[in-house]
Design a protein around this ligand. Structure first.
Ligand SMILES: CC(C)(COP(=O)(O)OP(=O)(O)OC[C@H]1O[C@@H](n2cnc3c(N)ncnc32)[C@H](O)[C@@H]1OP(=O)(O)O)[C@@H](O)C(=O)NCCC(=O)NCCS
Length: 162
């Protein structure tokens, strides 16, 4: 997977599969984005042991500024995490990264995609709605830092990537 493009017409943006060499940068992004960030080991396990895992990074001039992961199991893709560096938010990168994941999931045999999101995360909920995800359920007290519920969202991939 490669995409060469431009952020705000000036900054070159490239999507590619995550490698072990990206883990340090991704952990830094994870810390900037989440109250209970995954440690490096979690990403290393995903990249080396979990055969269902697919992780993609977005680079600007050689610097990883966003990433997203998913597990593709038979026909279901489950997003594990997605984050964009705070300095690069609101430029369409999160949306394009998610569209990359949706396309990749289809190529891998995925028919539908799911994820969990905090009710308080209106930014992410708005992004997912824009991508066609619908809110379909609740996981009670899913987030361990504040026991917030999770909203479960689903999208049918073929209907969104035509
Ligand atoms: C959620 C996140 C990945 C969005 O990335 P982004 O690159 O800033 O998003 P985009 O610029 O592609 O925005 C796409 C859509 O998302 C929504 N959105 C993004 N930022 C928003 C904001 N600050 N307020 C409201 N809606 C917002 C909008 O629907 C937007 O579409 P629009 O530009 O047509 O209005 C980013 O905010 C982030 O990393 N947040 C911290 C980590 C996180 O919460 N991850 C999700 C966990 S479930």
């Amino acid at each position: 997977m490669r995409e060469q493009d431009h952020v705000n017409q000036t900054i070159p943006l490239r999507f590619r599969m995550m490698t072990l060499g990206d883990v340090e940068a991704v952990v830094e992004l994870e810390k900037l984005a989440f109250p209970t960030p995954w440690p490096a080991d979690a990403f290393i396990n995903e990249l080396t042991i979990n055969k269902h895992a697919r992780y993609v990074v977005a680079e600007v001039e050689g610097r990883v500024i966003a990433y997203c992961g998913m597990w593709v199991v038979i026909d279901e893709a489950h997003i594990t995490n997605v984050a964009v560096h705070p300095e690069y938010r609101r430029r369409g990168i999160g949306e394009r990264l998610m569209r990359q994941m949706m396309g990749l999931a289809l190529l891998e045999g995925g028919e539908k995609m799911t994820l969990e999101v905090r009710p308080s995360n209106h930014t992410a909920r708005s992004l997912y709605k824009k991508l066609g995800f619908e809110e379909r359920g609740i996981r009670k007290q899913y987030y361990s830092d504040n026991m917030e519920d999770a909203i479960i969202m689903w999208v049918k991939l073929r209907e969104q990537t035509k």
